[in-house]
Ligand binder design. Structure first.
Ligand SMILES: Cc1cc2nc3c(=O)[nH]c(=O)nc-3n(C[C@H](O)[C@H](O)[C@H](O)COP(=O)(O)OP(=O)(O)OC[C@H]3O[C@@H](n4cnc5c(N)ncnc54)[C@H](O)[C@@H]3O)c2cc1C
Length: 377
């Protein structure tokens, strides 16, 4: 039993809560707030301490705006930059510009997750920081939700089929993020392709930009784990990225925030009676810019199913089935599209062809962008 005891039963398990949530990113925090609002006793475990930076491109599609405001995030006061333009470039520097309607906005996870954590505490959620849950046998609540992100010790402990095989360095990904100053229009998100990866840059709250990329782990291995050397020699082959990475004086972090062992293998929204929210249910290629909205939207679907169960309107089996069905109905197509688009943008030859085509076919670009953005919820 590794957890400090809050309300515990005679076996030392955390008890007395209607819902235990493992992981305090967007999925976990938003789920906790909704359930606490509905009057339930909720405990949430987060292995880090707020506020903290995490690897994310920090572009949120507009579909989440109203929901975040309903949760209590004061977006009108925070005034995050609205982003309505998209620039995509291939390795050769072929660029396509596109107007997105309604597009999205930029906000750092440092700010957003912290705002949600403050709201959760205010609503009565027992928010336990600096604690890593190692197994569900440590918890004894009526419902357990897994919101532990792309990779966690919990995957192993739950023996999750989609997450256990060690991926080859070619199918294994590394994410890197900085905050920087940049000469990029405030209303534009740029996505730049490089061999085996892509890099996004867009404005967030405060006078700064989020610079974030995803690369095959094999790329980093080629440079013996030296991130700067990889950026100067591999990413900078794209002329747009060369400008950004040659101006290190504009970088606001001394060291980047990094995450490794990212995998896009299929997962299930419910496993071992644990309802999964956000990346722990299924990870969308970040290129589709929508993982955050998916995590938030999934928390709404999950909260609805959990409430119906706690109100004794449906059985546990029905709760699990209803949530799985609604998760798949809302997100399965998007995740599939992300899986199809990602390999194209990762192959410089294919991305050159695609971007040349999209330059001449803006309607097709419209369709792709709208398929990657959902509707308000
Ligand atoms: C390179 C990259 C760029 C991206 N860019 C964008 C973008 O621009 N826009 C977008 O919408 N999405 C983007 N995403 C995706 C987005 O970041 C995720 O989809 C989103 O963060 C998912 O939220 P979550 O709550 O599921 O997980 P997370 O935000 O990862 O939160 C999970 C939390 O669980 C905690 N945790 C894990 N295990 C345990 C445990 N055992 N006990 C306690 N706590 C635990 C972790 O510390 C973490 O805080 C990007 C992803 C990557 C990798």
């Amino acid at each position: 039993m590794g957890l400090p005891i809050f309300d515990s039963d005679k076996n030392g398990r955390v008890s007395g809560y209607d819902v235990s949530i493992i992981g305090g990113g967007l999925g976990g925090l938003s789920l906790a707030i909704q359930l606490a609002d509905a009057g339930y006793r909720v405990i949430l475990f987060e292995r880090k301490k707020y506020p903290f930076h995490r690897v994310c491109g920090e572009y949120i599609s507009m579909e989440s705006w109203d929901f975040l405001q309903r949760l209590g995030v004061p977006l009108h006061e925070l005034r995050p930059p609205r982003i309505t333009k998209l620039k995509v470039s291939s390795l050769k520097g072929i660029a396509v510009n596109h107007h997105m309607s309604p597009g999205g906005f930029g906000i750092s996870r440092y700010t957003l997750d912290n705002e949600l954590a403050i709201i959760a505490r205010r609503k009565g959620v027992e928010l336990v920081e600096n604690v890593t849950v190692k197994g569900i046998d440590e918890l004894d609540s009526r419902v357990i939700a897994g919101a532990f992100g792309k990779r966690s010790i919990m995957d192993k402990s739950l023996n999750r089929s989609g997450t256990l095989q060690a991926d080859s360095p070619d199918r294994n990904w590394v994410g890197v993020k900085y905050h920087v100053r940049a000469d990029v229009p405030e209303d534009e998100i740029q996505l730049h392709n490089f061999e085996g990866g892509y890099c996004g840059i867009s404005k967030v709250d405060g006078d700064k930009y989020c610079l974030c990329y995803l690369t095959r782990a094999a790329n980093l291995q080629r440079f013996q784990g030296d991130i700067e050397s990889m950026e100067m020699n591999l990413l900078s082959a794209n002329p747009f990225l060369k400008i950004i990475f040659s101006s290190r004086e504009n970088f606001l972090f001394r060291e980047p925030v990094t995450v490794s062992q990212i995998s896009f293998q299929r997962k299930l929204p419910v496993e071992n009676q644990v309802l999964m929210v956000g990346d722990s249910a299924g990870m969308i290629a970040p290129l589709c810019g929508n993982g955050m909205s998916m995590a938030l939207h999934a928390s709404l679907l999950c909260a609805t199913a959990i409430q119906r169960f706690l109100e004794s309107k449906i059985s546990r089996e029905e709760m699990e089935r209803d949530y799985s069905v609604s998760w798949n109905r809302h997100f399965a197509l998007r995740v599939k599209l992300g899986r199809m688009l990602q390999p194209i943008l990762l192959r410089p030859g294919l991305s050159n062809i695609l971007l040349s085509l999209l330059r001449r076919a803006p309607r097709l670009m419209n369709q792709i962008v709208s398929l990657t953005h959902g509707k308000p919820f």
